[in-house]
Design a protein. Structure first.
Length: 258
């Protein structure tokens, strides 16, 4: 059994794989101050729900965009997993060439998503990840990571709007029946859903033009299911894309380098 952990700025996504099959997965809020012992206790509780034992897992892999938690997961690996946890970083093999000015700038989650998408489509593709930021990542027909686009995330945008405009309420992600809002609440909902969908279609369309091929587009992240139904340029949603990418990275590093 392989344990996969994707540590984002807002949420942490955990999954277990048996071979290539995702057995189960969970999401919980990322707490930057969490210690290795607290993280181990949390993981143990989740695994106990499926009668799994943390120390008996065959292997584990983690990607993290939160440096202090990366260190805590490394300590967790030493203390509870006999050093069996692979941490995605510059020395980890992905077999995906990185064609940007400074390859070290690529977030682990973005590279893992690109890898999973290319494995799925076997051709040029674009990943849209709805997280703390909305990430757009491009992969060439030859499986090269080409770079992407970073935009403020949906929740951050709405939080900033609510903080700076005292009379505007915080809203949920329910789509209004009409684009033209008949109240402040429905106008905000319209801007949130249709505005974000318009951004996605615009960015993905321009990325396809620049790639010069009809690249497939896939979305992931906790809010993908709320936005993609209103997009025209994204074909599908895979909420577990990052976890599947982590499995691929683990397999490529578990095998002898060739």
């Amino acid at each position: 059994m392989l344990l996969t952990i994707d540590v984002g700025n807002t949420q942490t996504h955990v999954g277990t794989f048996r071979g290539s099959d995702l057995v189960d997965h969970w999401r919980f809020a990322t707490v930057r101050e969490a210690t290795a012992d607290e993280l181990a206790s949390l993981l143990k509780g989740l695994l106990d729900l499926r009668h799994l034992v943390l120390a008996e897992l065959e292997a584990a892999i983690v990607s993290s965009v939160v440096p202090q938690l990366t260190r805590e997961y490394e300590l967790l690996s030493t203390r509870y997993l006999h050093g069996a946890m692979l941490v995605v970083g510059p020395k980890v093999r992905t077999a995906m060439p990185i064609r940007i000015d400074n390859p070290r700038e690529v977030g682990a989650d973005r590279l893992v998503n690109a890898l999973a998408a290319y494995d799925r489509f076997a051709g040029a593709c674009i990943v849209v990840d709805f997280g703390t930021s909305t990430n757009y990542d491009a992969v060439s027909a030859d499986g090269e990571y080409l770079g992407g686009v970073l935009a403020p995330g949906i929740e951050i945008s709405m939080q900033a709007l609510s903080e700076r405009a005292a009379n505007l309420p915080t809203i949920d992600f329910e789509a209004p029946g009409e684009v033209i809002g008949r109240s402040t609440l429905t106008a905000l909902r319209s801007g949130l859903i249709y505005g974000t969908a318009g951004q996605v279609d615009g960015v993905v369309g321009r990325m396809r033009e620049e790639l010069g091929v009809e690249a497939r587009a896939i979305a992931t992240g906790g809010l993908a299911g709320s936005i993609v139904p209103f997009c025209e340029e994204v074909e599908e949603v895979d909420d577990e894309l990052t976890l599947r990418g982590l499995r691929l990275v683990y397999e490529r590093n578990a095998a002898p380098a060739g």
